[in-house]
Design a protein around this ligand. Structure first.
Ligand SMILES: O=P(O)(O)OC[C@H](O)CO
Ligand SMILES: [Mg+2]
Length: 301
């Protein structure tokens, strides 16, 4: 673990911890802890630590108190698919805007935030109920309405920035990787038909209509199934790092006991970042060394 600043080092063993803010914490020593007011003012008796911020990363640790300093080494990595590996969330948005326009309504980001990452039928129920169109259009009818449009868009899916570099790197270094998506098999096949090389690097893929995935994200089902299917599984969830874009997906991974790097759409409310262990603007900003994973060799980090 790299520490950029260590100052005011005292003479005795640290016995407590104080979280000061994102990427910052202090340790205190028993011999100096005589009162709470003293510990808050006598900075010469605290060990102060600040974690480095990547020059490429303007985001912060979402919830440092959950894991800083006690993180287990990451041995396996699980990727979400829609909006994380593939730029497919825009297709769902486009189609849902078209359907809502028929009812003179607009599709807003707070609703998008609730739907993304969910299984199709679960997202459909949220959509028709929250937009107030359920008397005119049932969740099942909504899915039928959007199906043809989605099927024409999915084959044009593009990889998100940084996917190829990170997947090839982890695979080459022998880090087992997998996909855990809410997407059903028939859609997965359309979305990935131009990306066979990338998805062939995955040890396995767990889909939303897998029999072991009883409930979609934010249930941990899909991530726990992914953990079970690695070689020699189940892998301890605390050794698994998840990459997610959706609020429900971040919660699912945390519910599974895993660490999560969130790469959110910038239009999502910032409050959704609080549950993540790290928030990045792009996979291009990911530094494997911060997670005890083999470093990239092409830029030295
Ligand atoms: O983000 P994913 O890969 O879990 O996919 C979920 C839905 O298919 C789209 O929101
Ligand atoms: Mg996603």
């Amino acid at each position: 673990m790299n520490l950029t600043t260590v100052r005011n080092f005292g003479p005795t063993w640290p016995v407590g911890c104080r979280i000061n803010g994102p990427r910052q914490f202090s340790l205190f020593t028993l011999s100096h802890l005589r009162s709470e007011s003293e510990t808050l003012t006598s900075h010469n008796r605290w060990f102060d630590f600040r974690f480095p911020v990547s020059a490429h990363n303007s985001a912060t640790m979402g919830n440092p108190s959950s894991s800083v300093g006690v993180r287990k080494p990451i041995t396996h990595v699980v990727f979400d698919m829609d909006g994380l590996l593939l730029d497919t969330e825009k297709f769902y948005t486009e189609v849902q805007e078209i359907i809502l326009a028929r009812y003179n309504k607009t599709f807003e980001w707070p609703l998008k935030a609730k739907m993304m990452g969910m299984k199709a039928i679960e997202a459909a129920k949220v959509f028709v109920e929250e937009t107030g169109i359920s008397d005119s259009l049932s969740a099942d009818q909504f899915l039928v309405e959007r199906e043809d449009m989605l099927r024409s868009l999915f084959p044009t899916s593009e990889l998100m920035p940084g996917v190829s570099r990170l997947l090839k790197h982890l695979h080459a270094k022998g880090v087992p990787i997998a996909v855990a998506t809410g997407s059903h098999k028939r859609h997965f096949e359309l979305k990935t038909q131009r990306h066979g090389e990338m998805f062939s690097l995955m040890h396995h893929v767990v889909l939303g209509d897998d029999p072991e995935v009883k409930q979609g994200k934010p249930s941990p089902d899909v991530f726990l199934a992914a953990a079970r299917r690695f070689e020699g599984g189940p892998v301890d969830p605390s050794n698994i790092l998840v990459f997610e874009d959706a609020p429900s997906g971040v919660r699912a991974a945390k519910n599974a006991g895993m660490s999560v790097v969130m790469i959110p759409d910038p239009r999502l409310d910032k409050s959704f970042q609080d549950a993540a262990d790290q928030v990045l603007n792009s996979l291009l900003d990911f530094n494997p060394s911060e997670w005890s994973l083999p470093p990239f060799e092409d830029n030295g980090n």
